[in-house]
Write a protein that binds this ligand. Structure first.
Ligand code: CDP
Ligand code: MG
Length: 201
């Protein structure tokens, strides 16, 4: 199999997605791209796993902290902490509560540019501003404003890995190697074969 066909990404349908009965709708949106589903499970995560998941990327605390500070500034408010890392830690505590509140569906998708394709379909972090046509933009209503007012994480239905490196680390947290299925999907010959021969009889 060519190297580009092997890129993998992790998707978690968060507890709000499961409670909204959106598992099928969300899966359908990823599935019809042509990406291959190679791992799938349904579980209630413990707090330790959620912490490990978000902390697996050492830059994540800072980047999520920056996002949080920007959201406060946009409202003309001061963030609770000046240090973005401290703001990131506050978001992490909210996320631990959110992700471990009920069952989630975890999946691994594989194929050319899997990380970028899945992020595009998922949409930006805040449902209020996620693009129309994306899962977060179409299927829910949350905003930084409401999340901060209620002191909770932004409920945006999905986690999707942000980079290939992030995906590799995150997949190991949720799946053992033998739980990821290696198989051929017939449509791969249409997606990837150099010559589309063998179609016409
Ligand atoms: O999920 P995504 O990669 O788009 O965003 P992130 O910056 O990695 O943040 C992870 C998750 O934290 C988001 O999906 C939100 O659920 C939550 N979050 C939040 O509640 N408040 C923020 N200011 C930023 C993120
Ligand atoms: Mg992220």
């Amino acid at each position: 199999m060519a190297i580009e066909q092997r890129e993998r990404t992790l998707v978690l349908i968060k507890p709000d997605g499961v409670q909204r009965s959106l598992i099928g709708e969300i899966l359908r949106r990823y599935e019809r791209t042509g990406l291959k589903l190679v791992g799938l499970k349904f579980l209630i995560p413990d707090e330790k796993t959620v912490r490990e998941h978000y902390m697996s990327d050492e830059n994540w605390l800072k980047s999520v902290g920056d996002k949080s500070v920007a959201a406060y500034e946009k409202k003309g408010l001061k963030a609770p902490f000046e240090d973005p890392i401290k703001c990131g830690e506050a978001v992490l505590e909210r996320l631990v509560k959110y992700l471990s509140s009920g069952p989630i569906a975890a999946m691994v998708w594989q194929g050319n540019e899997a990380v970028g394709i899945v992020r595009k379909i998922t949409g930006g972090t805040e449902p209020l501003s996620s693009d129309v046509g994306t899962i977060r933009g179409d299927l829910t209503v949350d905003s930084y404003n409401l999340g901060d007012t209620d002191g909770r994480a932004v409920r945006n239905l999905i986690h999707a890995s942000g980079s290939v490196g992030e995906a590799e680390k995150e997949i190991k947290i949720w799946f053992r190697e033998e739980e990821i299925i290696k198989y051929r999907l017939v449509q791969e010959s249409i997606l990837y074969d150099v010559n589309l021969d063998g179609i016409v009889e």
